[in-house]
Write a protein that binds this ligand. Structure first.
Ligand SMILES: [Ca+2]
Ligand SMILES: [Ca+2]
Length: 343
C-alpha cells in the first residue's frame, strides 16, 4: 500500500497505492505510539474519472512534520459502491431485456445513467436495465451507455462516484436468430367448427398464444399453427379445444432456430392428436361424458336444439351414433390429457 515516503522541510509526503477491487475511500490515519494520544483522521477522496480508466490508484497525503518518526496504521472504514460489470449483454428488438449491474461495496445512494435508448429504463433500486427494445430497429447498432453509482458522502463531505461506460449492442429482430424464432406444429382434432388454442408456457406463465380459428366442416381435421417471435427458453405447450382433452408437450427448447414440431422424430409430436369426447370439460373422457351424450334431450337431436351442443363431437350438426363412436374409441374412452416430451 505504501508506495513512496518523502520528507520535506515542513512535512512529508506519503503516497499510497492500491489495487482494485475496493474497499478504498475514506482512510483514517491514526498515529500510534504518540505520547499524548493525539489522533489525526484523514479522509481520502479519489477522482472517479480516473478510477474508471486506470487499474491502480494513488492517494497522496501531505502530513505535518510532527508525524515523522511515528508509526502509522491505515485502515479503511468506508466501502463505496464500485461497478464490477465488465460488459452488457446485447439487447434484441422486441425482446424483454433485463440486466442487473453487479456492484460491490455499499449500495449506491443514487445512480445516473446516460445514453440508454428511450425504450429501456433503469431501476435505481435494483441497479438494473429493463424494457423492450423497439421493433422498429432495422440494423444492428452499438451505443455507449454510461452509469454512475454514487455512494454516501464521506465525513468531510467529499462524495464518491464510480462511473463506467459500456458498449451496448442493439440487435434488430431476427438478427443472429435471437428473436423471432417460430414454433410451428400440426394438430389433429374433431369438429373443425371450433377453434383450437395453442399456448407456450414458461415457468407456469403463458408467454405466447395462438388460436387456430374454426372453419366449416365436420369430422376430423389436421391444422397447422405457428407462433412467431419466441424468445429463447424451454417451454411447455398446451393445445386445447372444446370437447377435447388437452395435449401437453414438454421440453420444447427454443434457441436461435425455428422449431418445427412436424419434423420431430416422435410421431405423437409430429401430429398432435387431441383426444375427443370430454363433453363436461373435466379433463377426462369417461362415463360422465357418455351419460350427457346419452341423455334423451341430447341423443339423436340436432346440436342446435340440444341443451349441450358439445355432444356433437364431430361437428356434423347431429348428436348421434357417430359421436358415440368417437367417444367410445380406445384412444379416447377412459383417457385424459396426453403428455408428450419433445425429443
Ligand atoms: Ca369429461
Ligand atoms: Ca355429430
Amino acid at each position: 500500500m505504501f508506495r513512496e515516503f518523502r520528507v520535506f522541510e515542513d512535512g512529508f509526503l506519503l503516497v499510497l497505492q492500491w489495487e482494485p477491487p475496493f474497499p478504498i475511500g475514506e482512510f483514517r490515519v491514526t498515529s500510534v505510539n504518540y505520547e499524548d494520544g493525539l489522533k489525526i483522521e484523514l479522509t481520502l477522496a479519489y477522482m472517479p474519472s480516473v478510477l474508471a480508466v486506470v487499474d491502480s490508484w494513488c492517494a497522496i497525503l501531505e502530513l505535518p512534520l510532527s508525524f515523522l518518526d511515528k508509526s502509522v496504521t491505515i485502515s479503511s472504514n468506508w466501502n463505496p459502491a464500485w461497478i464490477t460489470t465488465t460488459e452488457l449483454p446485447s439487447a434484441t428488438a422486441g425482446q424483454e431485456y433485463y440486466y442487473e449491474l453487479s456492484v460491490t461495496g455499499d449500495k449506491p445512494i443514487s445512480w445516473s445513467v446516460s445514453g440508454l435508448p428511450a425504450d429501456l429504463s433503469f431501476d435505481a433500486e435494483k441497479g438494473a436495465i429493463f424494457g423492450v427494445l423497439s421493433e422498429s430497429l432495422n440494423e444492428p447498432k452499438s451505443i455507449i451507455v454510461k452509469f454512475t453509482a454514487r455512494s454516501k458522502d464521506s465525513v468531510i463531505s467529499w462524495s464518491s462516484a464510480c462511473s463506467k461506460s459500456f458498449i451496448l449492442e442493439l440487435l434488430p429482430k431476427d438478427e443472429h436468430g435471437q428473436a423471432g424464432a417460430a414454433v410451428s406444429g400440426a394438430v389433429k382434432s374433431y369438429n373443425p367448427n371450433n377453434p383450437t388454442m395453442v399456448s407456450l408456457i414458461l415457468d407456469s406463465d403463458i408467454m405466447y398464444e395462438t388460436v387456430i380459428p374454426g372453419t366449416a366442416g365436420a369430422g376430423q381435421i389436421e391444422e397447422a399453427f405457428a407462433i412467431e417471435g419466441v424468445a429463447p427458453g424451454t417451454y411447455s405447450m398446451v393445445v386445447s379445444k372444446l370437447g377435447h382433452a388437452d395435449f401437453i408437450l414438454k421440453d420444447i427448447t427454443v434457441g436461435g432456430e425455428d422449431v418445427d414440431l412436424t419434423k420431430d422424430i416422435c410421431p405423437e409430436v409430429r401430429l398432435m392428436n387431441l383426444r375427443c369426447g370430454d363433453i363436461n370439460g373435466d379433463g377426462m373422457i369417461n362415463d360422465a361424458d357418455l351419460t350427457i351424450l346419452w341423455k334423451s334431450v341430447n341423443y339423436n337431436k340436432k346440436a342446435s336444439e340440444a341443451p349441450n351442443w358439445l355432444c356433437d363431437l364431430n361437428g356434423d350438426g347431429m348428436i348421434n351414433d357417430a359421436d358415440l363412436t368417437i367417444l367410445w374409441m380406445s384412444n379416447n374412452y377412459n383417457k385424459g390429457e396426453f403428455t408428450a416430451v419433445m425429443s
